[in-house]
Unconditional design. Structure first.
Lengths: 189, 199, 50
């Protein structure tokens, strides 16, 4: 599996556009800046919804109406994050694919997507019965707390990708090498 | 809900004290920037930034890159929450999410904004202590500090007093202008912050 | 119009005028700043890539 991931990453790395983004004077920086700044749109609004569900913020705003109204701009933000994220990976595919923090981030993104789906499903099923309560029902509060915690870890992991503490180039423990998908002699930094 | 009445404001500045203070501060900022005070004050600040690196924050930030990065992650999360509260509140002022009660949105979002701002500033101070002398020499750092100052003063002394009153009393175009400029300022704070990382 | 109403109107005018002055300055500054910033980036890219 790690060999397959590495081979795909190398194939991507060898494409002209990957090199063009990576070596561009401004483009990589602009893509990364867009990725980080869109946090305000995607994550900021998501955290507002989560905090409302937990009763920590906006207690007088009807909860389900808040979630419904903020869904569209939040999704726009996530689409932009997704596109810029793919471009960032495409610019430096091998190092990203062999980054421990990147892999943790991807796993947590899937977990958060599942959590969001279940949250939305439960919310629409219990629509309007608790809309004006300061706190949502306990199942939804659990979903909101999981969302807050895991998204925070995702952001921190995203920040850690830039650091080389667990890069395959350096001598790592077997556990780190397994998790990061390091293959002997096969790196590109 | 009314803000403070004229009798409790400084009447020595005339019938429009808040406007007078705003104009004076803008004039002072221009004078400071182009009148030579800035260039004479700048060298004096180096010793302050050198001292910041010797503090406990500076020591931790420089010794353990992981601690610095963790705090930076917190800075990013709180920046996201701050931006989200600004976008939500100003979006409502611009007519988006119109079925949500405007008073509750403004008041609720402001509380989130204040909490996020405290975390952003606290984590920002920690990070600056770790790289104080480096950022001292970066023009983009000073742009960020200037924009942050403008943003905070604007949010607490211009935007909030205006929005604390009954929104229906305020000219809708003024409300929109305030919302647009608020988004611009906070976006610039975030963008210049990101650019520090590229410098 | 009562005195209290007059005072409320005065403070509203004051707050509104302050908001217009400051917001107008912010928007004007950013329009001018981004115009020159985009121009300088275009010149830089033209120099770098022809």
């Amino acid at each position: 599996m790690n060999q397959l991931i590495y081979d795909i990453a190398v194939w991507l790395d060898d494409t002209a556009w990957s090199t063009a983004i990576h070596e561009s004077y401004y483009l990589y920086n602009w893509i990364e800046a867009t990725h980080v700044l869109t946090l305000m749109l995607s994550l900021g609004i998501l955290f507002l919804i989560d905090m409302r569900m937990l009763g920590w913020a906006l207690p007088n705003v009807p909860a389900t109406r808040l979630a419904e109204k903020l869904n569209a701009p939040m999704l726009v933000g996530f689409v932009v994050m997704f596109i810029t994220g793919i471009l960032l990976f495409y610019a430096v595919p091998v190092r990203s694919a062999q980054s421990l923090w990147f892999r943790i981030k991807m796993v947590l993104l899937v977990v958060c997507a599942v959590n969001a789906y279940l949250f939305h499903k439960r919310m629409t099923q219990s629509l309007a019965s608790w809309e004006n309560e300061p706190k949502a029902p306990s199942a939804l509060r659990r979903g909101a707390a999981i969302s807050l915690a895991f998204w925070t870890v995702i952001v921190v992991c995203g920040r850690f990708i830039a650091y080389d503490w667990y890069d395959c180039d350096y001598g790592q423990t077997d556990l780190v090498r397994a998790l990061a998908g390091c293959i002997d002699g096969q790196t590109r930094f | 809900m009314n803000s403070s009445s004229v009798s409790s404001r400084f009447t020595v500045l005339g019938p429009y004290p808040r406007t007078a203070v705003a104009v004076l501060l803008l004039g002072a900022a221009l004078l400071f920037s182009f009148g030579g005070m800035r260039t004479s004050l700048y060298p004096e600040l180096l010793s302050v930034f050198e001292w910041m690196e010797t503090t406990w924050f500076g020591y931790v930030g420089k010794t353990w890159g992981g601690a610095f990065a963790l705090v930076q992650g917190g800075h990013l999360v709180s920046l996201g929450v701050l931006g989200g509260s600004v976008l939500f509140s100003d979006g409502r002022l611009l007519g988006l999410f119109s079925s949500l009660p405007i008073r509750d949105v403004i008041d609720g979002a402001h509380k989130v904004f204040v909490g996020a701002l405290i975390v952003v500033v606290a984590t920002g101070v920690f990070m600056v202590c770790g790289v104080a002398v480096k950022v001292y020499y970066l023009p983009v750092f000073w742009y960020k500090m200037l924009t942050l100052t403008v943003g905070v003063l604007f949010a607490f002394f211009v935007r909030k007093p205006l929005l604390d009153r009954n929104i229906d009393q305020v000219n809708p175009w003024v409300v929109r202008l305030v919302a647009v400029s608020s988004v611009m300022v906070w976006f610039t704070v975030a963008a210049t912050g990101r650019w520090i990382g590229f410098s | 119009m009562s005195d209290q109403q007059k005072e409320t109107d005065k403070t509203l005018r004051d707050d509104t005028l302050a908001a217009v002055v400051v917001s107008g300055s912010i928007v004007t500054f950013f329009i001018v700043y981004w115009f020159f910033e985009i121009q300088s980036v275009r010149e830089l890219l033209e120099m770098a890539y022809g």
